[in-house]
Write a new protein. Structure first.
Length: 174
């Protein structure tokens, strides 16, 4: 997953925020596990991002848990493959899904994350949140249950969350 080569949603490319976001994502990266092959951005969940994620959740654009996320991505991949077989359109070559995961998973969890990211490049961008699963669960449910992984599953939600990442940086505002 090479962030410098990824194509962001059209709205981020058009308004000029893609390069600022790309720089922020590349500023702090980490291997997911000791034997990992890919580096992922490590991001701090700031207040504008929390607002953007809550807004996306209210719009039904957030999915929780590995099984529902993997099921959704697999179904979409089949659909994209069918479209590509029928046309020559470069459908699915931009980031349109954002996988966010907590920083307190076991190695097996991160190996699985890496497999999912590799299987769904370039549509899926994965970011390690600087937050544990309990706090992530509290943010989304208001209760004590842990949430280790979420996915923003619409280009508008992805754009809003990525813009919020750089809100207040280099003239960017939400």
């Amino acid at each position: 997953m090479n962030i410098s080569d990824m194509r962001f949603p059209r709205q981020l490319e058009a308004d000029g925020s893609a390069e600022i976001i790309r720089g922020e994502l590349m500023s702090r990266t980490s291997k997911l596990w000791t034997g990992g092959e890919i580096d992922v951005p490590v991001i701090t969940l700031n207040e504008p991002m929390k607002i953007a994620l809550k807004h996306a959740r209210l719009q039904g654009r957030i999915r929780y848990g590995f099984d529902p996320i993997l099921q959704k991505l697999t179904g979409e991949k089949k659909g994209i493959t069918n479209v590509r077989e029928q046309t020559d359109a470069p459908y699915g070559d931009r980031i349109s899904r954002l996988l966010l995961f907590s920083n307190d998973g076991a190695e097996r969890f991160y190996r699985h994350i890496e497999q999912v990211l590799e299987a769904h490049v370039p549509r899926l961008l994965g970011c390690l949140l600087d937050i544990d699963g309990a706090d992530l669960g509290q943010l989304f449910t208001g209760e004590g249950g842990a949430i280790k992984v979420i996915m923003a599953e619409h280009k508008d939600a992805v754009s809003d969350v990525l813009r919020a990442l750089v809100s207040g940086h280099d003239g960017m505002s939400k």
